[in-house]
Design a protein. Sequence first.
Length: 253
Amino acid sequence: MTDITPQPPGFEAARLTGDATAQDLETLRKRTSVYVYEAPVRLWHWLNAAAILVLIVTGYFIGAPLPSMQIGEATQQFVFGYIRFAHFAAAQLLTVGFFGRIYWAFVGNHHAKQMFYIPIFKKVWWQEVFFELRWYLFLEAEPKKYVGHNPLAQAAMFFFMTVGITFMLLTGWALYAEGAGQGSLPDLAMGWLLGLVGNSQRLHTLHHLGMWAIIVFMIIHIYAAIREDIMSRQSMVSTMISGHRTFKDDRPE
């Protein structure tokens, strides 16, 4: 995590914190655009976003089904079946993508690892978390600049994406195991969780609450990305398309 102290023009002054590398610092001294997120990370991000969107919409209707259509015989309708199929297909895509993302955390660059850990034993990390909180609350006049995630975003991604997705995958596959039947592969893999929770209704409630937590996170995530693009003068949304973090320190001195 590299923090650039705002000092236009140039970025001659830079401060190294967290998991930044000397190469990051040297790169930032020479230019204001840095390649951060590799192609597999960007691909996972957008596929993950699409899968989660499908899961939220279909999951809502699974929890609160549409009224039955009074047109033709029931055997000629398969609306809820299509909803369930889309939910299960998106869940399988999410599962495969998440395991692929874990793999890339080991073989990718050091920015690919940020989502899977938080350096809670580093004092400077906590100081910058509280700085970012003040910045988001409009209590700081100038932002700090980071090559990867800022400390607050790193913590949010860890708890809501790594821990949150793990929770949703575990509870979702446990619910799927009940329908797949005893002795099936989903049952052998995740049937134990259903027994641990006690009953499927309780597990369904936990899974449904997790959906609402992810919705709240998505709203905050989109707001923060657009806000930082505008206010901190560093690219956020376009970085997940091109992979490059661009620092736009063009304010008058």
